[in-house]
Design a protein around this ligand. Structure first.
Ligand SMILES: Nc1ncnc2c1ncn2[C@@H]1O[C@H](COP(=O)(O)OP(=O)(O)OP(=O)(O)O)[C@@H](O)[C@H]1O
Length: 325
């Protein structure tokens, strides 16, 4: 059952009086109990996609210029702010890389986890705190009862991220947007938090959009992957298919940047060049200037072509399909 669909999303920023797309014609659907990883380097438009879904594109420099976002059968694009506030933290919630920027430093952890329950569910503070305790236990915070009255700075990074997850899941949202939630954690804690998220998803059937630049994390958590480059989805498919046979040169380049035991001692392959700025995007394939397989035709718009069941790639070189531009 589809709980979130994003159709033809275009989110723009104004630079020097001209609007440029940071997210361009992005479409995907997310089913209950499914994790879709949105992958790409910094600046590819992953966060803007998530913020567009949350209705949090920073105005007046940014705007959603086109597309539809449908959450649990209801179109939420363009809803008035008061309506969006009712949905945020209730039907769709978001967790970020650095919980300290989202947690209130002068409010106890118990009150913060209780807050969405008071706001969206109309619970009394006492009832909400009781549920907050159950939530902190569910995210496996040791001695949860004693920690309800503590402040965020008294928690470690991993424990803070668990508090954020408890807050986000308080109202049992249909969709959880997780923006690099484990990037700032060391690997052991990262693995624990990923395990916890997978566990919670299975228990509550939450659909998760997991944003990361790390393909290693994707293998652990995702069912499907959408690779973004310069605002566009360049490849999407089941995680096994993309790991077995990445079809876009950009996806292949991302794989080459993963450290491997059999290459210890060799330099890590960084992708040469960088993601172009919004106001200087190349025509046609946006990855072409950095692409080792570049050839005639790359300057034309590229179609997302099916190469296998549910696996689509936007590259005429590797798919043999040139769009009629
Ligand atoms: N407030 C803003 N004004 C102008 N451009 C912006 C603004 N915020 C983001 N952008 C641009 O939008 C594009 C997409 O940014 P976005 O943050 O979505 O990328 P990202 O893939 O999530 O990267 P990161 O992992 O660093 O968050 C980038 O080119 C970025 O420079």
């Amino acid at each position: 059952m589809t709980v979130l669909s994003v159709e033809g999303l275009r989110t723009e920023f104004r630079i020097g009086g001209v609007w440029y797309p940071a997210v361009k014609d992005v479409s995907f659907a997310l089913a209950r109990n499914e994790t879709l990883a949105l992958v790409g380097e910094s600046g590819c438009g992953k966060s803007m996609t998530a913020l567009s879904i949350m209705g949090l594109v920073p105005a007046p420099a940014g705007r959603i210029a086109a597309g539809r976002i449908v959450l649990e059968g209801r179109e939420i694009t363009g809803l008035p702010e008061a309506e969006l506030e009712r949905i945020r933290g209730d039907r769709v919630a978001m967790i970020f890389q650095e919980p300290m920027t989202s947690l209130n430093p002068v409010m106890t952890v118990g009150d913060q986890v209780a807050e969405p329950l008071i706001r969206h569910r109309g619970l009394s503070r006492r009832e909400a705190l009781k549920q907050a305790l159950a939530l902190l236990e569910e995210v496996k915070i040791p001695s949860a009862a004693a920690r309800l009255s503590e402040y965020p700075h008294q928690f470690s990074g991993g424990m803070r991220q668990r508090v954020m997850i408890a807050m986000a899941l308080a109202c049992e949202p249909a969709v959880l947007l997780a923006d690099e939630p484990t990037t700032a954690l060391d690997v052991t804690i990262q693995a624990q938090v990923l395990g916890l998220l997978a566990d919670l998803r299975a228990r509550h059937g939450t659909a998760v959009l997991f944003i990361t630049h790390n393909l290693g994390v994707v293998a652990q958590i995702a069912d499907r992957v959408a690779v973004m480059y310069a605002g566009e989805i360049v490849e999407e498919g089941p995680v096994e298919a993309i790991f077995a046979a990445p079809g876009h040169p950009y996806t292949r380049a991302l794989f080459a940047t993963i450290p491997r035991m059999d290459r210890v001692g060799q330099d890590l392959a960084a992708i040469p060049g960088r993601v172009p700025a919004l106001d200087s995007m190349p025509q046609g394939c946006r990855f072409a200037p950095r692409c080792p397989l570049r050839r005639d035709g790359c300057e034309r718009d590229q179609a997302l072509v099916a190469v296998d069941e549910g696996h689509r790639v936007r590259c005429h070189v590797t798919t043999g399909a040139l769009a009629d531009a």
